[in-house]
Design a protein around this ligand. Structure first.
Ligand code: ZN
Length: 322
């Protein structure tokens, strides 16, 4: 994976530069050509192996030819539909540009007005529902509760108000978790999970945000053609910013492989009344990651990664308001 060694933990922001309006670039079709994106960002477009690469001195976007994977400054970012050639030009779906790539690259023109203060952290599962179980009996519900408490302490240290959807081994329903977020007027909702898969080889960390209306999700087990629009779609652009901020910092701090910012219609995020992400902190069904998830030091690093993501998002929103 390409690496762009920047010390700053806030990606993107080509602040201050003159930019043509988005509508002038996006045109009226359903696709946006890569050459148009290159012009908007003052980037060079070149073909490198099976990728099309856009870059300037600040940012680098890579598109997998005929694939759904893209990389923004080295962090994987799944598109709703593949980068395709049509009418002789390579392009991506307009929604992937307007509610995916552009909010990440030009957050100042997409950021919500409200600076996040109240963060709801949702430790997945609980009580009767253990979630994924590792080879030596480590349970997802316990691992994610520990990570959530670590996040809570760290975020409170940065003056966020933090509310957990469960404080012990109980099972609030998915609707209860969403209702709590409404009740406390959450500005951000973060659901914390550890993954399980049929294959013991599956590994890495990933961050889900709500799928844009009209498209298939990109979680690894598919969703049977559900393309509906949902409540959380109001926050598509902010979700992309949040997902990218969390995933880039999570990959950095966890040191695990990057499975990308993905799209899903998981109940807790699709109904969330604010920008929301569901974070998978590694696979309990993978021997090495199960060992890591059992260790305090890994759980501390993962918690810090997600917290750094929240802080990066906070910085982007605060800057955009100036
Ligand atoms: Zn889970």
């Amino acid at each position: 994976m390409s690496s762009l060694s920047r010390s700053s933990f806030v990606w993107g922001s080509v602040a201050g530069a003159w930019m043509p309006t988005l509508s002038a670039v996006a045109g009226t079709g359903s696709a946006v050509e890569l050459t148009q994106i290159a012009r908007l960002y003052s980037m060079r477009l070149e073909s490198v192996g099976d990728k099309l690469v856009l870059r300037n001195r600040y940012n680098r976007i890579e598109f997998e030819v005929n694939g759904r994977r893209a990389w923004v400054n080295g962090v994987m970012f799944w598109l709703h539909e593949p980068c395709r050639r049509s009418g002789g030009a390579w392009g991506i779906r307009r929604e992937d540009f307007e509610r995916g790539i552009d909010p990440v690259l030009r957050s100042y023109s997409h950021a919500p007005r409200r600076v996040p203060r109240v963060v709801v952290i949702d430790p997945g599962h609980g009580g009767k529902d253990s979630g994924a179980v590792g080879p030596r009996g480590a349970m997802e519900k316990q691992v994610v509760l520990d990570i959530s408490y670590r996040m809570k302490r760290a975020l409170e240290g940065h003056n966020f108000k933090v509310v957990l959807t469960r404080s012990g081994d109980s099972y609030p329903s998915l609707d209860d978790r969403v209702e709590l977020a409404e009740r406390v007027r959450a500005d951000l909702f973060l659901s914390i999970h550890a993954d399980g898969a049929a294959s013991a080889k599956a590994h890495g960390v990933e961050t889900f945000v709500t799928t844009v209306k009209g498209f298939d999700s990109s979680n690894h087990y598919g969703e049977g053609g559900d393309r509906s629009g949902v409540r959380n779609n109001t926050f598509d652009a902010a979700n992309a910013m949040l997902g990218f901020a969390v995933q880039s910092n999570l990959v950095k701090l966890s040191g695990r492989s990057d499975r990308g910012v993905r799209r899903a219609r998981f109940r807790v995020i699709k109904q969330a009344p604010c920008p929301a992400a569901l974070v998978e902190c590694g696979f309990l069904t993978n021997a090495e990651e199960a060992r890591l998830l059992r260790s305090e030091s890994y759980r501390a690093r993962v918690a810090q990664g997600v917290v750094n993501g929240v802080r990066a998002y906070y910085t982007l929103v605060s800057r955009a308001r100036r």
